[in-house]
Design a protein around this ligand. Structure first.
Ligand code: NAD
Ligand code: IPM
Ligand code: MN
Length: 349
């Protein structure tokens, strides 16, 4: 019978709470649909860093490469600098496995009214470039301790990197009304963004029926708040896509509901599925984290594995839970993480 090996990295803070309950829901959905998931639980987190000086073992990437996929909670804690935790685990996984697409869908979920009154039908996919751009390792801090102390950060955009994300996004836009909104800042960031615009335009021109709507990132942020239904598919650089995905999730009600798929579309390496949110130290250990982002990400993982029916049941189960008015406090409800997840399991069919 069908079995998948998934490396689960619960991580820190609420990453642990939400992955724990979501894995149970995945197991239940798998049982219903005639397959199994063998979880390899990895204790790769900030505690491990404090104990060993590493976020993951030296051969961590190699260990992950034999699995069918990676399921991550979140990493980050107030006790360890974020550049250590993120560059020690999350970013290397995205890069080593060439997960150059970060797919972040969002829609108005049943029973959720959204942050703004009067929003209907919000349905947006952010296609975020995930391995280059503003997130480069070129730069540094200089002159520590002097009055002339400064920091430099280089952005690196390549033709290959922009065109492959634009291609993926154009395909997504083709099935979603044909307009691809490209987030840019070619009026202000003078070297990289005109180049981004050119490569996006050239790439998308090869797709009949898809047009590029080039929008400056500042105006796009306002438009997403004021007229979110006017945008369906967005292609964005690493940093812009990061910011826009939290913005869109906030408009749709909470960043606790947003999922994320870090994909290597060629399937040469495992892909990674995680909620968009972080470890939320402010609510860690309280048992009230919203597990919807983690559940939705798990559903994207099942779909990626070819278990489309199981993915649909999982999504239907959390949607029907929300539709019945059961929600965690971030959405105005009073359910705990565990109560919400139990309702999801009860609704699986
Ligand atoms: P965050 O996403 O952790 O939290 C922002 C706010 O949203 C907080 O008020 C939090 O309580 C709330 N929130 C987030 N997820 C929620 C959920 N599921 N249910 C209910 N409320 C939720 O962002 P932050 O506070 O800026 O970052 C905290 C830490 O997480 C930092 O160390 C950061 O670097 C890290 N981080 C990690 C990842 C990742 O591992 N993929 C992603 C983002 C941030
Ligand atoms: C995300 C996170 C990460 C990112 C951080 C934690 C490095 O915010 O996955 O959205 O910016 O990619
Ligand atoms: Mn983010």
């Amino acid at each position: 019978s069908r079995n998948f090996t998934i490396d689960s990295i619960p991580g820190d803070g609420i990453g642990v709470d939400v992955t724990q309950v979501a894995m149970e829901c995945v197991d239940a959905a798998a049982a219903l649909h005639g397959f199994t998931v063998s979880w390899r639980i990895r204790d790769w987190n900030s505690d491990l860093y404090v104990k060993t000086g590493r976020m993951m073992p030296v051969d961590g990437i190699e260990q992950l490469s034999s699995g069918d996929g990676i399921y991550l909670g979140a990493v980050g804690t107030p006790d360890v600098p974020d550049d250590v935790t993120l560059w020690g685990l999350l970013i290397p996984i995205r890069r080593e496995f060439d997960q150059y697409i970060n797919l972040r869908p969002m829609k108005l979920l049943p029973g959720v009214t959204g942050a703004m009154p009067g929003i209907e039908d919000l349905d947006i996919v952010v296609v975020r470039e995930n391995v280059e751009g503003e997130y480069s390792q070129i730069g540094g801090r200089f002159g520590a301790g002097t009055d002339a102390e400064f920091a430099v950060q280089e952005s690196v955009f390549t033709k290959a990197g922009i065109s492959r994300v634009a291609r993926y996004a154009a395909e997504a836009a083709a099935g979603r009304g044909g307009t691809l909104v490209s987030a840019t800042k070619s009026n202000g960031i003078i070297h990289t963004m005109p180049f981004w615009d050119e490569v996006v335009a050239r790439t998308v021109a090869q797709f009949a029926g898809v047009t590029v709507d080039k929008v400056l990132i500042d105006a796009l942020a306002a438009r997403l708040v004021m007229k979110p239904t006017s945008v369906r598919t967005i292609v964005a650089s690493n940093l812009f896509g990061d910011i826009l995905s939290d913005l869109v999730a906030g408009v749709a009600g909470s960043i606790g509901i947003a999922p994320s798929a870090n994909l290597n579309p060629e399937r040469r390496y495992p892909s990674m599925f995680e909620p968009v949110h972080g470890s939320a130290p402010d609510i860690a250990g309280k048992g009230i984290a919203n597990p919807v982002g983690a559940l939705w990400a798990a559903s994207m993982m099942l779909e990626h594995l070819g278990e489309v029916a199981a993915a649909r049941s999982l999504t239907a189960a959390f949607e029907s839970t929300l539709a019945d008015g059961i929600a965690t406090p971030d959405l105005g409800g009073s359910a705990t993480t565990m109560e919400f997840a139990k309702e999801v399991r009860d609704r699986l069919r």
